[in-house]
Design a protein around this ligand. Structure first.
Ligand SMILES: Cc1ncc(COP(=O)(O)O)c(C=O)c1O
Length: 409
């Protein structure tokens, strides 16, 4: 049968402006190779490889067995909003109530909601590079304009206040701080936050900070995560928090995130979410409540943190033995952001980081993520959210692959 189209259905201007997620693309290709029987080592994961703490699955099972699963209130189960408000109030030394906390379908959704309900066309959002791939795209989705400020490996991937100052102005609506960072693992201390705020106060006092604290519980060595509310107490409360259980509790697939904002913003985001997704999945909210309330989860999170700390040391000592690869030891999260610029460019086998990462995946069967989509060409993001054995094996594959490039000249 011949069907005729009277009009072609095309993605609109908004959809065309958004780039696909580069990190998900690598995982997809790694999955295809694996499905074809290749033994791919995955260093591209943006999620813990652990089983979540036991009370989390127990909470889901209990709910599913006990009752039908109904819609949850759009802004979240009151008990979960209260539990998040209580934990965050204690952590930040600032009194949040249920009205300040909204439960979303992951922290990604928290940010998307925030940009959708607060940005006006022309508003600028300052993003510190290397940045999480989704920030610029979500800002564009909200009709805002991303303004990128670059940090360097030699500065520990922390943006210098003078570089930030140059990007600030009357149009600055937000400055996004992600500490520890995806993709670099860099963490900002209290003093760093204060120094950044000095220039914000001077150049863009109307700006609000967005603190994406999704990795705050995963910090290593001497570094402790700094709360912006504590660091800037008495100076500003123009701070939005994005938090959640995805990374800390190995709950990425549960899709729960928290937006912590003034009540009017939570109410506005609830109007949007109420017309889009409704509340986050009820069993996931129940699971997140267990994550925050059950004391056993505290110990489980700490064991995962210790495992990540050990793997971080393992990967850092392995990378240190590969000539030409430069890294800054990350303060947190589960990524190392390696400078591989020595292996790419003119006169080399690979033109850029994307070509190098593709070659590593196709030939050495190691999946990493190129730095370009994070705003830092010439780098690879290597995730150590994988087993010790895979790390050892992958490091030796990367070592031989890069050595073959070096000897090829
Ligand atoms: C910096 C950063 N913020 C937010 C998120 C989103 O987390 P969620 O899985 O809760 O949506 C991620 C996930 O990769 C992230 O790396």
């Amino acid at each position: 049968m011949i069907t005729r189209l009277t009009s072609e259905l095309k993605p609109n201007r908004r959809a065309e402006a958004i780039l696909p997620s580069a990190t998900l693309a690598v995982s997809a290709r790694a999955g295809e190779l694996r499905a074809a029987g290749k033994e791919v080592l995955n260093f591209s994961a943006g999620e813990p490889d652990f089983q979540p703490p036991a009370p989390i699955a127990a909470a889901v099972r209990e709910l599913v067995d006990r009752s039908p699963i109904h819609y949850a209130p759009v802004a979240g189960l009151p008990a979960l909003r209260d539990a998040a408000a209580a934990e965050l109030s204690e952590y930040h030394g600032h009194a949040f109530t249920r009205a300040n906390v909204m439960v979303n379908c992951g922290a990604k959704h928290s940010l998307a909601n925030l940009f959708l309900v607060t940005l006006e066309p022309g508003d600028e959002v300052v993003i510190l590079a290397p940045y999480w791939v989704s920030y610029p795209e979500m800002v564009r989705l909200g009709d805002g304009t991303p303004r990128v400020v670059e940090a360097t490996l030699d500065d520990g991937w922390r943006v210098r206040p003078e570089a930030l100052a140059a990007a600030l102005g009357p149009k600055t609506r937000y400055v996004v701080i992600n500490s520890p960072s995806n993709p670099t693992g860099a963490g900002y201390s209290e003093a760093d936050l204060q120094a950044l705020y000095d220039v914000i106060e001077a150049e863009a006092p109307q700006a609000w900070l967005i603190c994406d604290d999704i990795y705050r519980k995963l910090v290593y060595g001497d570094f402790s995560h700094a709360s912006a509310f504590r660091a800037l107490a008495g100076r500003t409360e123009q701070i939005i928090l994005v938090d959640g259980v995805s990374k800390s509790h190995a709950m990425t697939g549960y899709r729960i995130g928290f937006l912590v904002a003034p009540p009017a913003i939570v109410a506005a985001a609830s109007r949007i979410q109420g017309q889009m997704t409704s509340g986050a999945a009820t069993p996931s909210q129940q699971a997140a409540l267990a994550a925050l309330r059950d004391p056993a989860c505290v110990g489980a999170v700490e064991s995962m943190r210790l495992a990540f700390a050990r793997r971080r040391d393992l990967i850092l000592s392995g990378l240190a033995t590969i000539p030409g690869v430069r890294v800054h030891p990350p303060e947190g999260a589960f990524y190392v952001f390696a400078d591989v610029s020595r292996f790419i460019g003119e006169g080399r086998a690979h033109a850029d980081d994307v070509a190098l990462a593709t070659w590593l995946l196709e030939t050495a069967l190691v999946a990493t993520v190129p730095g370009s989509p994070f705003g830092a060409p010439g780098h690879l993001r290597i995730s150590y959210a994988t087993s010790d054995e895979a790390l050892e094996d992958g490091l030796s594959r990367i070592r031989s692959a890069l050595a073959s490039l070096d000897s090829a000249g």
